[in-house]
Design a protein around this ligand. Structure first.
Ligand code: FE
Length: 220
């Protein structure tokens, strides 16, 4: 019920299960090659930096999070799918064939009126790319990674999400290959919306757990 307890539990899980492959943290030879190629193309005038940024923006803000949003909207409207998503997300999303990877062991955790979930990778920046796209900059920030564990309520409030003290906060630390995604609560007054309209309400941050969705079209 309190944050300290969550913290202890978290540390415990972390010690025993957080075996990381840190290939993605340091620059891989592929990443270095990609960067070199990118600078060369820009230098030769074959590619504009702007175009590269556009691709990244597209991946970060649209393609990825939209996949997650689609899953959330479907879970809100299809109880059978929601059940499958919560019991084995990797299996449940297999039919979509999402690109981007990092969802071989995807776990979806559901927000309820009593419990709020947030996701972190305390050691680096593990993230379910295929459903959420590229991680936001702050997700990789050491301050977020340590504080969301140590003082989740305070940090979330600073990030704009003030949770009532009677709401339990659980923080999920990405382990070996496990990636987490939050299933946010469906906003009120959305009964008449279609699945697509619902998906449009779902923000990336609500699926990381640093935001909740309030009235249609708005997030808190
Ligand atoms: Fe990591």
């Amino acid at each position: 019920m309190n944050d300290d307890h969550d913290h202890d539990e978290h540390k415990h899980e972390h010690k025993h299960e957080h075996k990381h492959e840190h290939k993605h943290e340091e620059k891989s030879p592929q990443a270095i090659r990609t960067e070199a190629l990118e600078s060369l193309l820009i230098e030769k005038g074959l590619l504009s930096e702007h175009a590269v940024d556009n691709v990244i923006t597209n991946y970060a803000q649209r393609v990825g999070p939209m996949n997650g949003a689609l899953l959330v909207a479907r879970a809100w409207t299809d109880p059978e799918f929601k059940q499958r998503l919560l019991s084995n997300a990797t299996q449940a999303i297999a039919e979509y064939d999402f690109k981007g990877g990092q969802v071989d062991h995807l776990v979806v955790v559901e927000n309820t009126p009593e419990r709020h979930n947030a996701v972190v990778c305390t050691l680096c920046s593990c993230y379910p790319w295929a459903v959420l796209g590229l991680p936001p900059k702050w997700y990789k920030d050491p301050a977020y990674r340590s504080r969301i564990v140590r003082e989740p309520r305070t940090l979330l409030a600073e990030m704009g999400l003030s949770l009532d003290t009677n709401i339990e906060i659980r923080v999920w630390d990405s382990s070996a290959e496990v990636r987490y995604m939050v299933l946010p609560m469906r906003p009120e007054n959305t009964d008449n919306l279609t699945q697509d309209e619902l998906a449009a309400l779902v923000s990336r941050d609500s699926m990381i757990g640093v935001e909740v969705l309030s009235q249609a079209g708005q997030s808190s």
